[in-house]
Design a protein around this ligand. Structure first.
Ligand SMILES: O=P(O)(O)OC[C@H]1O[C@H](O[C@H]2O[C@H](CO)[C@@H](O)[C@H](O)[C@H]2O)[C@H](O)[C@@H](O)[C@@H]1O
Length: 370
């Protein structure tokens, strides 16, 4: 078997062990039996003991997997190691930053309500947003992710991009003169909600799911406004099948919805052609940044971020960066191991902008041509 064949097989094996679907962009396939269970299962690389301790999604798998990781990283180089080279290409271009929340800005923890962001991370995102237009695109409800992030100079999209608060029209944005403060709600920002007509049905699904899953120990239903998450991180292996059947039986009565899988979570989403990739395009458009000298940077860790990676790949310009400590089948070009590396990357990005702006003004003062 070829090296790339071996690599693919091992990625598939690791994804299986994580309870993740097998191909990068098709997160609509259920995990195979035994791959979805609780955190103490032997096949589960994410053991959890405490309520808020980060889950070891980002703990490196040892020995042979280390070798595979090194080989994988050759194809998806570290965005920290490649930083200088990446910024050489970025020179003179308008950078726009897109960030996922869970697993990217905050570590994966066992209680979704405790996925807090550190103060350091908040400060880093704030700095980045002072330098570049910045949007956070999360699977959470927009309100929830805003509550976690608590920054007023970033744009927010919730429900995997189905709930966007963006400028009403293209705003002036050019290198060094980027408006970084998000305008207030008095007519200066608009909501874009392509799945709005699904809301009444989503409310019903939410109620039914809560009722149906109430007796399954460990199951938790989360209202993400335009989608619903059913967490099974704490559901016993033997109860998972019943839970999935219950979720499917609720969905049988709602033709316009489909089921996808994330990290120990089933997600019920409206069947519309809209995902995080569309949200990236929407932001670029409304920010007046859809032209060719724009360089989007997107950092995310999960299946739904692949849609955004694909959009950036298709544009032929920009940096899709995956956050992972294990090899994954991905459309991302670069990688970061965990949120702490995301923090370092963001700080370097802000510092790079500040130093390149100051050298630009010095060059202007001294008449030096780059
Ligand atoms: O797009 P994201 O911002 O990454 O949101 C995706 C899902 O994230 C949350 O669940 C995940 O993180 C939890 C906290 O670390 C973890 O407990 C859970 O197992 C993960 O699946 C969120 O709770 C979901 O609703 C989002 O869809």
């Amino acid at each position: 078997m070829s090296i790339s064949g071996m690599l693919k097989r091992n990625i598939s094996r690791i994804n299986q062990a994580m309870g993740l679907p097998q191909r990068s962009s098709s997160n609509n396939k259920p995990p195979k039996p035994g791959q979805h269970g609780n955190n103490n299962s032997s096949s589960d690389p994410h053991p959890v003991n405490t309520k808020t301790a980060p889950i070891s999604d980002h703990v490196r798998v040892k020995s042979t997997e280390d070798v595979q990781y090194k080989s994988w990283v050759g194809e998806h180089p570290s965005a920290l190691h490649s930083f200088d080279q990446m910024m050489k290409v970025a020179k003179g271009k308008k950078i726009v930053v897109f960030l996922d929340y869970d697993g990217t800005l905050s570590p994966i923890v066992d209680d979704p309500n405790s996925a807090f962001m550190s103060e350091e991370m908040r400060a880093a995102v704030r700095e980045v947003a002072k330098c570049f237009p910045t949007a956070i695109i999360s699977g959470r409800s927009r309100d929830k992710v805003k509550e976690f992030v608590q920054l007023s100079n970033v744009y927010y999209a919730g429900s995997h991009g189905m709930d966007i608060m963006a400028p009403p029209r293209p705003v002036k944005s050019c290198d060094g003169n980027t408006p970084t403060v998000v305008m207030d709600k008095k007519g200066t920002e608009v909501l874009f909600q392509p799945a709005k007509s699904f809301l009444p049905a989503i409310q019903k699904i939410l109620t039914e799911l809560e009722e149906e899953t109430a007796k399954i120990k460990g199951a938790m239903v989360e209202d993400n406004r335009f989608c619903v998450s059913v967490h099974f991180r704490h559901v016993k292996d033997e109860d998972y099948q019943i839970l999935e059947e219950k979720v499917r039986s609720v969905l049988e009565n709602y033709a316009g919805f489909h089921l996808c899988w994330g990290k120990k979570v089933m997600e019920i989403r409206p069947m519309i052609e809209w995902d995080k990739g569309h949200a990236v395009e929407y932001f670029l458009e409304t920010l007046g940044l859809s032209n060719s000298d724009v360089l989007p940077v997107y950092i995310g860790d999960d299946r739904t971020d692949e849609d955004a990676f694909k959009v950036i790949q298709r544009r032929g310009q920009g940096y899709p960066i995956i956050v992972t400590s294990i090899p994954k089948d991905t459309k991302a070009s670069y990688s970061l191991i965990d949120p702490s590396e995301v923090l370092t990357f963001l700080l370097r990005l802000a510092r790079w902008r500040k130093s390149s702006s100051s050298s630009r003004s010095l060059n202007q003062i001294w008449g030096v041509v780059n």
